[in-house]
Design a binder for this molecule. Structure first.
Ligand code: TXA
Ligand code: MG
Length: 319
């Protein structure tokens, strides 16, 4: 996987004890390391080192008003950086380590460099599950700021090769842990005033979040985009929408998948990528149809299906 990268930039090294040690040393010295997580590859640096953080922005070509996620080994470490109310603790205990980022108020003595939070009084924190990232956190003893390891605006990397190609000559040392399992970035949830908002859809679905705290997220319509994927209200059709419908009532427009044909089938051959590409067109059709309600067939909670279900979860009528 790493063999063909030499001419592109970066040094992709297969994950091993020696490489983790070297990567940790580079980070402690203020360098950058690209590292796999369960979602996408991250471009990591010591979040308390202003120069190292500036190097992340420079390497990605990222605008400095777009804040970074800080990765921590556990909730205890997260509490040093951010203020966790009951709701935030509930989410952290349920989904960490895992693909959930929590945006919470910064702690009073937060040691993170100002550029990480781009001047906001909140901080985005994530405890990742990937063994390589976890080992790097442990070995370095640092809180690691890590955006996705791609040029700003580019496609997120899910292999070491993607990182090398996206960052080109600017690519730092790359820990090659193989392809990322989830393939899409973490769900970002902002916590405030005992409520939560989904700022970015991801592998942890709205349905999963609601099940943990027993109340739905607030769907605010705002002009201010705090994170990509925040403007989600347009996903929702005007009609009531029911999920996991193997059959439909006579007054329901049925969106099918696989063997469940429905009025329109997202993918008769059960291809989730194909289904994702047709989902919104199908919802438009359903909304424009004569039926007063919409039903959607079960979509496997797998691969791109997780993101698909996340969008459907927010399009669905709360029960
Ligand atoms: O899965 C992931 O989250 C990956 C891996 C590497 O952990 N990271 C990632 O980072 O996707 P990045 O930088 O590509 O996306 C971070 C997002 C940005 O959209 C940023 O606006 C948002 O998090 N963000 C960071 N701090 C925030 C804050 N205080 N308030 C609102 N949004 C914030
Ligand atoms: Mg990104």
């Amino acid at each position: 996987m790493s063999g063909s990268n030499d001419h592109i930039g970066g040094e992709a090294r297969r994950y091993g004890n020696a490489t983790i040690g070297e990567a940790a040393a580079r980070l402690r010295a203020g360098g950058l390391v690209a590292v796999p997580t369960e979602t996408v590859y991250g471009l990591a640096a010591d979040s308390t080192n202003a120069a190292a953080v500036a190097e992340i922005y420079r390497t990605k070509g990222r605008p400095d008003f777009n804040p970074l996620i800080v990765h921590v080994p556990d909730l205890e470490a997260a509490k040093q950086l951010g203020q966790f109310d009951e709701l935030a603790i509930c989410f952290a205990e349920a989904f960490w380590p895992g693909p959930l980022t929590l945006v919470v108020p910064k702690s009073g003595n937060c040691p993170v460099a100002a550029a990480v939070t781009a001047g906001l009084d909140t901080i985005a924190l994530r405890c990742p599950a990937h063994p390589v990232m976890r080992e790097l956190l442990r070995e370095s003893g640092l809180f690691l700021a890590a955006p996705s390891a791609n040029r700003s605006g580019g496609i997120s990397p899910t292999t070491a090769d993607h990182v090398a190609r996206s960052l080109g000559r600017a690519a730092p040392m790359i820990l090659d842990g193989g392809p990322c399992e989830q393939g899409i970035e973490s769900t970002i949830v902002a916590i405030a005033d005992d409520n939560y908002r989904i700022l970015r859809p991801g592998p942890i679905t709205a349905v999963q979040l609601e099940a943990i705290v027993g109340k739905p997220p607030i769907l605010t319509v705002t002009d201010q985009i705090e994170a990509p994927g925040q403007m989600l209200s347009h996903y929702a059709p005007t009609k009531p929408l029911r999920l996991n419908a193997k059959t439909a009532a006579p007054d329901e427009y049925h969106i099918g998948f696989g063997l469940i044909s429905g009025d329109r089938n997202l993918s008769p051959r059960s291809d989730l990528a194909e289904a994702a590409s047709f989902l919104f067109a199908a919802l438009h059709d359903a909304d424009a149809s004569e039926m007063p309600r919409i039903a959607v067939a079960p979509i496997p909670e797998d691969g791109i299906g997780i993101a698909l279900n996340d969008r459907l979860g927010r399009a669905a009528t709360p029960e």
